[in-house]
Design a protein around this ligand. Sequence first.
Ligand SMILES: Cc1ncc(COP(=O)(O)O)c(C=O)c1O
Length: 406
Amino acid sequence: MEVPAIEGGKPLREHFKEYYPSFTEYEKQLVLSVLESGRLASGLGKYVREFEESFARFIGVKHALALINGTAALHTAVASLGIGSGDEVITTPFSFVATATSILHNNAIPVFGDIELDTLNLDPETIPDKITNRTKAILVVHLAGHPAEMDEIMKIAREHDLAVIEDCAQAIGSEYKGRKVGSIGNIGGFSFYQSKNMTTGEGGMITTSDELLYRRAKLFIEHGSEERYYHTILGWNYRMTELQAALGLGQLKRIDELNHAREEIAKIYTDELESLDGYLLLLPKPKPHVKHTWHIYQVLLKLENLRVNRDRIVEAVRKENLLALVAYPRTIYENPLFQNLNAYGNGCPWSCPFYGAKITYKAGLSPKAEFAARSVVTLPTLAGMTAEDAIDTAKALKKVLIYYKK
Ligand SMILES: Cc1ncc(COP(=O)(O)O)c(C=O)c1O
C-alpha cells in the first residue's frame, strides 16, 4: 500500500498546479475593442445588449439582463417578484450562501427543505411541509450543474400559487427534459464568476420570459430609475460593464466546448474511482432525463468505512499536491448568520414585526444536507485542467482512501 504524503510518503506530484482559464484571440480582441472604443460603462457600447440577446436565445427565454455577479442576479430576481418583509421563501440548505442571502437581502425569511442524496439538490418531497400562508416562492438550485427535479417542483408551485426562482449559477447550459435551466421557473439567475463554466471574471445574468418581471428587474438594477434622476423605487447599481459583456459574448460562443471539457474530466473521475464506488465513496449518478454540465464533481465519502474524517482526506489529497475542495463544509443554516438570527441589526429580518412568526435553524433541521456537508469531497473540473490533471487528482484521492480504509 502506498503511504500518503501527509503520513510521510512521497507526494503524487512534486508541485501544486493552479488552474486558470485561457482565452481565445477572438475573446481578447473583443475586450480590446471595448478599451479602444472608450465605451466601458453599461449601455455606452453594444456588448451588454448583444450579450443579453445571445444569452436569452441560448437559454430559450424572451429576456436576459446582465449584471455584476450571480448574487446580484438572485437579489434582483427575488425583488422583482415583489417578495419582501413578512414573506418566506423555501430553498435548499446545501448550496453557496448567496442562494439564501438573496432572500434576506429582500427582508424575507429563508425556510429550508432537505436534499436528495443522489443529486444533492432540493428534494421536492420536503417542500410541502414547509409551506405556510407566508410562503411566496421556491428558490431551487441546480447544484454542480445537475438540474433539480423541476416537474415536481413546478407542480407544487402551481398547486400553492408560488413563484419559482432558479439559481443556475453552477448550471450554464444544463437541461431538464430537453429544456435549459433558467427557462423553466418564473425567473433564473446565473453567475460568471472565475470558476464558473463560462466566465467574465465576475458577472451574472437574469433570465425570464415574463415581461413584467424583466421590467421590474431592470428598474431594480438601475437605481430604481427609468428616467434620469427620477427614482420610483429603492434600487441598486448592478449593471454589467461592456468589458465583462464583450468577454461573456466570446465565452458564450464556445460554451458547448467549455461544458464538454468539464464532462470529459468528470468521465475520467468516474472511470478512475468506479472501483471504490459504494465502498469508500459514492460517485455522482446523473438522472437519465438531464444534461449535466459538471461545474464540480461531488463525491460523498463512506465515512463508516474510513479511519479518518473528511477534512483529513481533503488535506491528504492536497498534500499529494493535487486539488480537492469542500463544497460545502456546512449547511447554509449552520453559519453564524443564521444561528444568530441577525442580518440587519436588531434581529432583522427575523424579528421584523411584519413577519410575526418564529423560526429557528436547529441542528437536525435538514439531516441529509447535514450528512452531505460532513461527507462531501469536491473534485475540480476547472477550465485549464488537462486529462492528466484529472487522472492524478483521482489517483491521489484513491491512494488516500485506500490507505485510510478500515
Ligand atoms: C449556487 C450559487 N449561487 C449563487 C452564487 C453567487 O454567484 P456570484 O459569486 O457570481 O455572486 C454562486 C457562485 O459562487 C453559486 O455557486
